[in-house]
Write a protein that binds this ligand. Structure first.
Ligand SMILES: NC(=O)c1ccc[n+]([C@@H]2O[C@H](COP(=O)([O-])OP(=O)(O)OC[C@H]3O[C@@H](n4cnc5c(N)ncnc54)[C@H](OP(=O)(O)O)[C@@H]3O)[C@@H](O)[C@H]2O)c1
Length: 266
């Protein structure tokens, strides 16, 4: 696969690292204006680092857009004469609709929107995908890329805002939960390094149980809660203090905010 990442910043670098850790990439063009920030990729023989978006587009089949929303429209307008129906155009730009992309480059191009998260750098991103009509024939290409970098799920475009909260902001929410668990473990007598290990690997184990056993979380909770025992005592205390409720309210607040930001941009 010949891939170009247009705008290799935080997310673009994470995608590049993930892509380079598997064998399918024939060439990987990485673009940005300040290319000295891409020195870490210089030794990869498949990688071509350039400021020239046009060159990257012409030499690639899959164009991954990872610039900020404010830069997107001009980059797409400049790219329009170079883009063909054979290109798969995958945009990771938050809140930038398929209609807005079509407005810049035309409806006849295969456009896919992807909402990954930063765990893409370690091959563990949950990435949501949607496409325009032309993009439906190319979405398998996007699935192949993002399934090698974690998991992907096709969703309707109107759900992309919610997916941003659950999956992209979700990384921050989970980090806070893991940090809080670490703080509790320190209070219970572990040193900081041990406490973080206990928190990280226990959360990884909990998620793995659900993934592999395909069970509901409550079924796994039932297996570790003895009547009158310490687990149910702790869980109920957490719920009295609003654990589930505060998580749900926080995510709904995040969703309301993302919708407000979108309206302000219109
Ligand atoms: N971070 C996440 O978790 C995440 C998750 C999902 C989606 N997203 C979306 O992904 C996009 C990128 O996010 P980010 O956090 O990676 O932003 P970022 O770090 O600011 O990266 C954007 C990059 O675009 C480059 N750029 C700007 N103008 C350019 C141009 N004309 N040609 C080529 N490159 C150009 C910038 O580098 P130079 O200034 O050197 O050109 C910059 O490194 C955003 O739209 C964001 O909404 C991010």
């Amino acid at each position: 696969m010949k891939i170009a990442i247009i705008g290799t910043g935080n997310l673009g670098k994470s995608i590049a690292k993930g892509l380079l850790s598997n064998q399918d990439v024939t060439s990987l063009y990485l673009t940005k204006r300040n290319i000295q920030e891409l020195k870490e990729f210089e030794d990869n023989k498949q990688v071509i680092i350039t400021q020239d978006n046009a060159l990257a587009i012409q030499k690639s089949d899959v164009i991954l857009l990872a610039v900020q929303p404010a830069q997107a429209a001009q980059i797409l307008i400049d790219a329009k004469p170079l883009l063909t129906k054979n290109h798969s155009i995958i945009s990771t730009i938050t809140g930038f609709s398929i209609a807005a992309i079509e407005h810049s480059i035309g409806q006849d191009k295969a456009i896919i929107r992807a909402m990954p998260n930063t765990a893409i750098a370690v091959g563990k991103s949950m990435t949501c995908l949607c496409s325009n009509t032309q993009g439906k024939q190319h979405i398998k290409i996007a699935e192949t890329i993002f399934n090698q970098l974690g998991h992907s799920l096709q969703i309707p475009e109107p759900q992309m805002q919610a997916a941003t909260v659950v999956c992209a902001s979700g990384i921050a929410f989970w980090m806070r939960l893991i940090r809080a668990t670490t703080q509790a473990a320190i209070q219970l007598g572990f040193d900081a390094e041990e406490a973080q290990q206990l928190a990280m690997y226990t959360s990884e184990g909990a998620a793995s149980l659900l993934i592999q056993n395909k069970r509901h979380p409550e079924q796994e909770i039932d297996r570790v809660t003895t009547p009158k025992g310490c687990t149910i005592e702790g869980l109920n205390e957490m719920e009295h203090k609003g654990l589930s409720s505060s998580l749900i309210q926080g995510m709904v607040a995040s969703f309301n905010k993302i919708n407000t930001i979108k309206k302000e941009q219109l």
